[in-house]
Design a protein around this ligand. Sequence first.
Ligand code: HEM
Length: 359
Amino acid sequence: MKYPAVQYHDYLQLESLLNAQHRQSEKMNNPVHDEMLFIVVHQVYEIWFKQILWEIDSILKVFTSPKVEENSLGLAIARLERVLAIQKLINGQIDILETMTPMDFLEFRDYLYPASGFQSLQWKLLETKLGLTEKQRLTYFSGPFYQHLKADQQEVIKKTLAEPSLFDAIEKWLERTPFLQADGFVFWQEYKTAALKMLENDKQIVSTNTRLSAEEKEKNLNGLKATEQSLNSLFDEKTFTELKNQGLFRMSWKSLQAALLIFLYRDQPALQLPYRFLSTLLDLDEKLTEWRHRHSLMAHRMLGQKIGTGGSSGHDYLRAATEKHKVFNDLFNLTTFFIPRSQLPVLPKEIREKMNFNF
Ligand code: HEM
């Protein structure tokens, strides 16, 4: 087959791409130089969002299939790492936009009403596909969070909300983790014994420490008691469910157990890829939070206490969303339940063999 000759400019559709920067200020007969930067930076973000969604969609496909093959897990990690590399780049782009001063921004800001980042379909899609639910979001307006989007785009979000998110798919995948219970070994029971023993040991150290005053001892022991309570909540399904209903956990009991097993025994060959996947996921969530934080600081610097063009409280909304709009918070909190390697229950030989590659 003879391949047709491809032309650089045509292949990349530069005609449309490079002719898509139209300053509103020019249309209003008051051309402002810096509006070009504002448009270009936003467009570059949207193009990178497109690539991120492309990768996330392919990862979703892997995890929503009934069985996640080991080799597709490696591919999913490679793609998540690519997303991370993009995130690092786009988080840094704020530096470029901040070369525009608030006074320069004011020159054309009024022309942009009521356009706003709230109308970014791709951003809302990204958050939704990752697993940020409607319930979790800041309730700033009375209507749904996607109300600022165009009517057809709202339908796209509604459809996405009805599909499993990456959070849902990963939860199911974790629930299917083997090794939690096998060959007479019940991970959770063994772990409970080890964790409570560690706490008893800590209590002993505090109680016999002659350098601590009675008051300091009491304070330390109360702290350990709180850790014990939180550990117990994890061991008892009923208590866990109550806490989950109160919003303290989002992941299921079983999936959290599996994630803990993966984090604690990550050196075992069978758990290395799942461990890398989960920790890259944490990196991704962290980078998103970093972006939200930098964007909120930029908005503060540009607007002070002014409201946003989309009608939110501006910087205050963005700062609160930075804190609240996290997807994999449970995985971050899991560290609370870590115990030192030396005190981990030893895995039975049969399980270790199953977790290893035997040639
Ligand atoms: C001068 C620079 C910027 C300022 C002052 C600014 C300000 C704001 C404000 C105040 C909001 C809250 C919504 C509203 O009331 O309008 C917002 C939302 C948003 N902005 Fe920006 N922004 C800037 C640049 C950017 C850039 C470069 C992007 C890149 C895509 C961006 C993406 C977004 C997104 C996605 C939202 C929605 C956030 C959410 O739904 O929680 N913004 N922005």
